[in-house]
Design a binder for this molecule. Structure first.
Ligand SMILES: Cc1ncc(C[n+]2csc(CCO)c2C)c(N)n1
Length: 224
């Protein structure tokens, strides 16, 4: 079993809980309220800004052009492509994307971004890959799950979102790129470093679940 197969197996209860979370189920059956979609997009826009900054820190640690290119490509992906699923949510909610940008972070989004920033600032490249991997991996599996569960056609309100994240057979995508790189890294990593990477990965999986929960409940700071 490869290192990332081991991580995926350990995180399976979290993946299963994500698939059945009411927000994810709501994407599948089109039952979400506008306020829930708006809360998600506001928070996710900020989350992705942090993600881009972390890619910058990852590039800082790369010692070869291939890895630099991989992270550079992902920065462009977030800037130019990941706006499409956000626009899908905005259209369904009946709001302008520009009106949802640069909002303060809610507690869970604050927690998740600080977790990633901490590893990016203090960890190795392998640790950075481990903390980032649940982000594309859970979304790809959510896309695959919703595609097979809801069999959406073009009239489905979230057709674009589901197709954006689901994978075609044989696709090499960011999840596979990160996994290959992390598996190579794990081959020479010490046992304590592997434990660190596992811990970062599992915490990010938990925080992926919490991010859906935050959006579903439109989480706010306790005292306003
Ligand atoms: C909370 C949260 N988690 C994951 C994603 C999905 N996502 C974000 S960046 C990325 C890969 C880019 O290299 C993917 C797939 C999201 N939008 N929001």
């Amino acid at each position: 079993m490869t290192f990332t197969e081991e991580l995926r197996r350990e995180a399976d209860p979290i993946f299963q809980a994500i698939f059945t979370h009411p927000f994810v189920q709501g994407i599948g059956n089109g039952s979400l309220q506008s306020e829930q979609l708006i809360h998600y997009v506001k928070q996710d826009f900020e989350y992705l800004n942090t993600f881009i900054q972390i890619y910058g820190q990852a590039i800082h640690q790369c010692d070869n052009r291939k890895d630099m290119g991989m992270f550079n490509e992902q920065i462009s992906f977030i800037l130019n492509s990941e706006i499409h699923p956000h626009n899908n949510f905005c259209e369904v909610a009946g709001v302008q994307y520009e009106d949802l940008q640069y909002e303060p972070l809610a507690p869970t989004a604050h927690h998740y971004t600080r977790h990633m920033l901490d590893v990016a600032q203090n960890g190795s490249l392998g640790e950075i890959l481990a903390v980032l991997l649940p982000c594309p991996w859970t979304y790809n599996e959510i896309g695959d799950y919703l595609k097979s569960e809801s069999q959406p056609n073009k009239s489905h309100p979230f057709y674009e979102w589901i197709n954006f994240y689901s994978r075609e057979e044989g696709d090499m995508n960011v999840t596979e790129d990160f996994r290959a790189r992390l598996d190579a890294y794990a081959k020479t990593a010490s046992a304590p470093e592997k434990e660190q990477m596992k811990d970062h990965f599992i915490k990010s999986c938990q925080l992926e679940y919490s991010f859906w929960e935050m959006s579903y409940n439109q989480e706010k700071w306790p005292v306003l």
